[in-house]
Design a protein. Structure first.
Length: 326
């Protein structure tokens, strides 16, 4: 059986490799602190599997998260020297490969779909090939490594042999552009679970019951979808908003009271939340990082361009849920 913890270990090893590259970078003015950030993040990915399996105490992982927050608070990690292609070399690559440049990127969804739709049903020796409940995550991880291999073979310079170190250098360059925001999705998703565990969802549920018209399915659908978008705007991540709004509205009202189809309700609810992702600077890895990478004059340019799509899409999600989930 292929277990999801193997993927977490692989991700941790990538972060540790990035830490090694950073600590060897003499051009980085704060290389030790930056390397400590990426190295600690890599260790956390590996140690987290022990916490999940209840074979290791949770407090070291909590301490690591606090240290990561402190390092981010003092301005770490910072960017160092870059080992990458020049603008002229990229133009030559574009002329030489054309649309084939998109092949590695397209490999990722293709492999992920293969895992999620086909390999998830495969059994070996009476046991499922993929760990139950994690087929999509495992597929996405495998797809990323397959895409790197395809890129090394397909896009390498004619005079140079392909080497995984090239991918590590490019990965490190991208991570240094993103900085501490690379861990924001995990932090916000955890925040959503904490909100759910502390009863925020139940409190929101009591408030909605007080103002929601009794027996109105349309009002409940609008509240759930709009609430998903608004909580996502506040928290920066639809995965963080999901447990709160689902505990407050999605499960008790849409599923239990109005007998909605759970997969449809929750899938469309997540899409409504993603409409909020398009509109918030809190989703830094989606909206602020691209502006920085593209060196845009307007930091909030991506958000301004996405809002005209996000608002109508939210309305469409409301219609889809109301029409097809009940």
């Amino acid at each position: 059986m292929i277990r999801v913890e193997w993927l977490f270990w692989a991700v941790g090893l990538v972060f540790l490799a990035v830490a090694v590259l950073v600590v060897r970078d003499r051009e980085n003015p704060r290389r030790l602190g930056s390397a400590a950030f990426w190295g600690l993040l890599g260790v956390a990915f590996g140690y987290g599997t022990l916490v999940e399996a209840h074979t290791g105490p949770a407090w070291p992982l909590g301490a690591a998260v606090i240290v990561l927050a402190v390092l981010a608070g003092v301005g770490l990690p910072v960017r160092g020297g870059e080992r990458t292609t020049t603008h002229e070399e990229r133009e030559r690559y574009a002329e030489r490969f054309g649309f084939r440049l998109f092949v590695p990127a397209l490999v990722i969804p293709a492999v992920a779909v293969l895992f999620g739709a086909v390999l998830v049903k495969v059994k070996v020796g009476g046991q499922p090939l993929l760990e139950t409940g994690f087929a999509t995550i495992i597929g996405l991880g495998v797809a990323a490594f397959v895409a790197v291999a395809v890129a090394l073979v397909l896009l390498r310079p004619r005079e140079d042999p392909p080497t995984p170190v090239t991918a590590l250098h490019e990965g490190r360059r991208l991570l240094e552009h993103i900085g501490w925001a690379a861990v924001l999705p995990q932090m916000l998703a955890t925040l959503g679970l904490l909100f759910a565990a502390s009863g925020v969802g139940k409190a929101v549920g009591r408030l909605t019951n007080a103002v929601l018209p009794k027996g109105s399915l349309l009002a409940a659908v609008v509240l759930y979808c709009v609430g998903m978008a608004l909580f996502t705007i506040i928290m920066g991540n639809a995965f963080a908003a999901f447990p709160v709004m689902t505990a407050a509205v999605g499960w008790p009202l849409l599923v239990q009271q109005f007998h909605g189809n759970p997969p449809t309700v929750f899938a469309v609810g997540m899409l409504a939340g993603f409409c909020g992702t398009l509109c918030t600077p809190m989703a830094a890895n989606f909206n602020l990082v691209p502006a920085a990478l593209l060196e845009m004059r307007d930091t909030y340019g991506p958000i301004k361009a996405q809002i005209p799509t996000a608002v109508p899409l939210l309305a469409v999600n409301i219609v889809i849920m109301y029409a097809f989930a009940f």
